[in-house]
Design a protein around this ligand. Structure first.
Ligand SMILES: CCCCCC/C=C/CC(=O)SCCNC(=O)CCNC(=O)[C@H](O)C(C)(C)COP(=O)(O)OP(=O)(O)OC[C@H]1O[C@@H](n2cnc3c(N)ncnc32)[C@H](O)[C@@H]1OP(=O)(O)O
Length: 719
């Protein structure tokens, strides 16, 4: 797993050979240990170069090995042997040097990088810290403040930035390996001690304590309950305050607490789940391996509201030519101004030039005739969308894909009004569409594998995590959100306040609770949908009592709030009070408390004390229960799909792995028991009835999450 060659007479070339990313598996670590020992012993060898096969230096420790008993030589002494040796070692970094890969390079005496290479210590994103000396060597190399930044965020750094920071010694557009070999010959005989990072002092600003305290405060706020970022600060603190060996000891101690934690398991699960969701399959036998996307060069976006603008910006940022369409000149001008401003703002942040040349605006649908793929993003109204699809079907070229950005309407109904239902798919973006990483690709019953492959591929080009889902009301994400919102409203009826519910969910790790999120989205959005569904407004069945609809418990609270003209952040009043219309600072509103009290009196509800555990269980277990139903229905292909939808689209904390992973962590029997308990207490709420899949899993001894697919009633039946 590490190849040994002697090149240019005196240079030992050690190549890591573990495709695709040369991860440091036990075999690779053994290979490095043996080849380095050999080179150090060989009198003909004067220096060494370490590189990786296939243009990738090293993607770090082999994450798949973390769940197994440790075998092979450990990383720390392996890297120490390289640094302590008396022959210069040069790391030739091509592609990527991440985690243990960069730590290996930091143990080398010199680092040469290709200009396209990227380096970083992303362990924090796996619930870990760089425990092969990274928290001790990096600060000694680049100083305390930049090391804190890199290690606590895990961000990837380009070769150019790495050069500026001092992580690498040279960057080349030519072969990094050739330059490293040349370099290795030149540095023979030069003093090695100054190149051994463990012997250096960490460069620190005058107020070390101030910097560490400030960083810790920021990190705690960002962490939302994650332990790893905090441990990273503690480890880097040791690099500034302790001698090297004591710092290494601290690094190991902190790693020991993280390594077997449920948070680390959750985040590593997310790492693989994110990659797994890209490998989709359909019941027809088509899958990502045998279905080719069609090349797409010209895309159009119909409608320049909030979603259409975000989608347009995302497409342009990915370097695609976009035709943006509005119904009239006034709307077109507004859209044009806003899209251009968004692109300029984004480019300014990246110190780049906005690609306004890729944008074209029109109100003439006939201009769509050469477009390869159209994304409809008009108002969420079935009649309107049908009308748009009919027109698109007649003006667009026969093989153009027609995609809808609906957040939950029936894709088959839209496909049915076109002459090409096989080319119709859902592309459900999340607001703001140029920022949010999630894309639900909705497979209608007649969508072709090529259409699915093309939409999934386009999502990837846009830098999105694309998840293929089946067609049902709300698809996967919004379908599961419904029982979650419903429980939150019921909790208000029963005695909670918006702050109590939100506080519990934020403590769980969501960036904002359900009521703050609703205020941000705009309360009128759901109001309109409920009106259309006959749950409120003139279409309500007059026989329904105020707190019952369609045979089940219903809370009219959100409707009543809207009737008071409280629409959320946009007009400064929703479940909270805001500093101004459009303001973001939410403060609890005594008039909402009074309104809730009066509501309870009016409906004869005696308020009770509700604790945070009940909030979390009722809201999240109801959501998880719907997740099990989506799996059993074949609307979600696997638990990983649901988890990635929630992590990337709904702010589910990554260190809790996603709702389905979390259910497994809590224990399926417990989720079942608590749902049964709440169902008994609230017999009029069908969403609390435990799903048959959950019951089957528990009855089968609660198998691990990677075995759940074996228990599905109709695997992939809808996909
Ligand atoms: C007390 C015990 C002490 C133990 C000390 C342990 C120290 C650990 C430090 C570490 O090194 S932790 C690992 C840190 N490294 C990373 O987080 C990098 C992870 N990888 C990536 O970011 C990317 O894969 C990449 C390297 C940038 C390449 O990206 P690309 O888009 O080109 O390919 P992918 O699709 O992401 O990956 C291809 C394939 O490879 C698998 N893979 C990638 N990295 C690893 C890894 N480090 N270990 C195992 N497997 C890895 C990835 O899962 C893909 O395979 P799949 O089958 O499609 O899932």
């Amino acid at each position: 797993m590490a190849r040994y060659e002697q090149v240019q007479g005196t240079v030992a070339l050690i190549t890591l050979t573990n495709p695709p990313v040369n991860a440091l598996s036990a075999a690779v670590r053994l290979g490095i240990t043996e080849t380095v020992t050999r080179a150090l012993r060989d009198p003909e060898v004067k220096s060494m170069v370490i590189c990786g096969e296939n243009g990738v230096f090293c993607g770090g420790a082999d994450i798949r090995e973390f769940a197994k008993p440790m075998s092979g030589p450990p990383l720390v002494p392996m890297i120490a042997a390289i640094e302590e040796g008396e022959k210069p070692v040069v790391a030739a970094i091509e592609g990527a040097a991440f985690g243990g890969g960069l730590e290996l390079a930091l143990g080398c005496h010199y680092r040469i990088a290709h200009s396209k290479a990227r380096v970083g210590l992303p362990e924090v994103t796996l619930g870990l810290l760089p425990a092969a000396g990274g928290t001790q060597r990096l600060p000694r190399l680049i100083g305390l403040a930049p090391a804190l930044d890199l290690i606590t965020t895990g961000r990837h750094v380009t070769a150019q930035e790495a050069l500026k920071l001092g992580i690498v010694d040279q960057v080349t557009d030519q072969s990094a390996l050739d330059l490293a070999i040349q370099f290795a010959q030149q540095v023979v005989g030069q003093p090695l001690l100054p190149r051994k990072l463990s012997t250096r002092q960490t460069p620190c600003p005058p107020d070390v304590d101030g910097l560490l305290e400030e960083t810790m405060a920021q990190v705690k706020q960002r962490a939302r309950g994650a332990m790893a970022p905090i441990a990273c600060v503690q480890a880097v603190r040791a690099a500034a305050t302790l001698p090297y060996q004591a710092g290494m000891q601290k690094e190991q101690e902190l790693m020991a607490t993280l390594f077997h934690s449920s948070q680390a398991r959750a985040m590593q699960y997310c790492f693989f789940a994110q990659r797994a969701v890209g490998r989709w399959s359909l019941s027809s036998g088509a899958h990502s391996g045998n279905s080719k996307p069609r090349p797409v060069s010209k895309v159009a976006v119909i409608g320049l509201g909030t979603m259409g603008r975000g989608i347009t910006v995302a497409l342009v940022k990915a370097g695609m030519s976009v035709l943006a369409v509005e119904t009239n000149k006034k709307q077109l001008e507004i859209g044009k101004q806003m899209v251009s401003a968004m692109l300029k703002h984004d480019a300014q942040k990246r110190n780049a030039t906005p690609r306004l040349d890729l944008l074209h605006f029109t109100i003439d649908l006939l201009e769509l005739k050469n477009t390869d793929l159209i994304i409809e993003a008009v108002f969420e109204d079935m009649a309107l969308k049908k009308q748009v699809f009919k027109e698109l079907s007649s003006v667009c070229k026969a093989d153009a894909f027609l995609c809808t950005n609906t957040s939950g309407l029936d894709v088959d109904e839209l496909a049915a009004v076109t002459k090409r239902p096989e080319l119709v798919v859902g592309m459900h973006f999340f607001a703001p569409a140029h920022v949010m990483k999630l894309l639900e690709v909705v497979h209608g019953s007649r969508s072709s594998p090529e259409a699915v492959a093309t939409a999934m591929h386009l999502g990837k080009r846009l830098g999105k995590v694309s998840v293929l889902v089946g067609n049902c009301a709300g698809f996967v994400g919004n379908r599961m959100l419904k029982p979650y919102l419903e429980q939150a409203n019921f909790l208000l009826e029963e005695g909670a306040t918006p702050e109590l519910v939100d506080g519990a969910l934020e403590e769980f790790g969501f960036p904002m609770g359900v009521f703050k999120m609703s205020d941000l989205s705009g309360l009128d959005v759901g109001w309109r949908i409920r009106k259309e569904a006959g749950l409120t407004g003139p279409n309500v069945d007059p026989r329904d009592p105020p707190r019952r609809r369609q045979g089940r418990r219903y809370s009219p609270l959100p409707d009543l709030v809207c009737e008071q003209g409280r629409l959320g952040q946009k007009n400064g009043r929703g479940w909270y009070l805001y500093d101004k219309p459009g303001g973001r600072v939410a403060t609890p509103d005594p008039s909402i408390h009074k309104f809730l009290e009066e509501y309870r009196i009016k409906h004869g509800i005696s308020p009770r004390q509700i604790d945070r555990q009940e909030v979390v269980e009722r809201c999240l277990f109801a959501l998880i229960n719907e997740g099990f139903r989506s799996l059993d229905d074949g609307i979600a292909a696997g638990p990983e799909d649901i988890d990635m939808i929630y992590v990337f689209g709904y702010g589910w904390p990554r260190h809790r792995g996603g709702p389905m992973f979390y259910a497994g962590m809590v224990g399926l029997p417990r989720v079942l028991t608590r749902l049964e308990h709440y169902r008994q207490a609230h017999p009029e709420v069908p969403h609390l009835e435990p799903s048959p899949l959950l019951r089957r899993l528990v009855a089968s001894g609660s198998p691990p999450i990677n075995k759940w697919r074996d228990f599905l009633q109709r695997p992939h039946s809808q996909l």
